[in-house]
Design a protein around this ligand. Structure first.
Ligand SMILES: [Zn+2]
Length: 265
């Protein structure tokens, strides 16, 4: 579990996740900096909030909360977190996502949402606590369903408004308060594509820190209804034959894993 305000000894090699908004500091090789504090060209960290957020390959991982594109960090640059996806090291990407989520949590919970007093960090777990009214907050996690829908030898793929040009993916959406995952899935599919599905099967999950989703991955089969793509959420969408697929999300993403799983069934 994460501990706040901890820092390793100057000679302890560690992973450093320096976060500024949704940017992460990467070294000259485009990697997450690894090494002892005394070797790295970091500024003194006394004025920074440093949080131990876990372990990667038996070494501690630290989140350093930096100001927006902080110029005191040299020998590399702040890059959008998504850029790490291209490095294809999912373990490291997941830890970077964790760092980003914690940083976001601390930045947005300085004051109590109930009484407005300043909140204090808890020492033994990652939480913020209000000593005035005892309200306690934990990092937010938002469950989200993502589903690959098959119809015979075809799969439903759509271009979202936020996808890069040409990229097609499967449907996804947030779970609303009071809904089960299955209800959320059926509602989202009907709203976004106008169809009903059957044989809903859960497969796997993946944290997706943009900004704090937990993607729950399903496959399903078309049951009834004509495709009717919701223009508010999607640009285009259609059934695509498995032997003629458009540009897909990269390997390692849950969307791609579900598309591949769906094809094998
Ligand atoms: Zn309070």
């Amino acid at each position: 579990m994460a501990t706040l305000y901890s820092k390793p000894a100057d000679d302890e090699p560690a992973w450093w996740f320096v976060v500024s908004s949704d940017h992460l500091f990467l070294d000259a090789a485009g990697e997450v900096p690894f090494g002892c504090l005394q070797e790295l060209s970091f500024p003194g960290l006394d004025e920074y909030r440093v949080v131990e957020i876990g372990e990667l390959r038996e070494r501690s991982c630290y989140l350093v909360m930096a100001d927006y594109l902080d110029e005191q960090f040299t020998g590399g640059e702040f890059a959008p977190l998504r850029q790490l996806l291209a490095v294809e090291d999912m373990e490291k990407f997941a830890m970077a996502g964790r760092a980003r989520q914690f940083s976001d949590f601390l930045n947005t919970h300085r004051f109590c949402g109930r009484c407005g007093a300043r909140m204090q960090a808890i020492e033994w777990e990652l939480a913020m606590h209000c000593n005035q009214c005892q309200h306690r907050c934990y990092p937010r996690v938002s469950p989200c369903i993502i589903v690959a829908i098959r119809k015979g030898d075809n799969i439903l793929l759509a271009q979202g408004k936020r996808h890069k040009a040409g990229l097609h993916s499967i449907l996804a959406g947030f779970v609303e308060a009071g809904e089960s995952l299955e209800q959320a899935l059926e509602r989202e599919v009907y709203e976004e594509a106008g169809i009903r599905v059957k044989n809903i099967q859960y497969h796997l999950s993946q944290p997706w820190s943009f900004p704090h989703s937990l993607m729950m991955g399903f496959t399903a089969e078309w049951a009834e209804g004509e495709l009717h793509i919701d223009p508010h959420e999607l640009i285009t969408g259609d059934w695509f034959a498995f032997d003629n697929l458009p540009m897909l999300p990269p390997e390692g993403t849950i969307a791609r894993t579900l598309i591949d799983l769906s094809q094998k069934r």
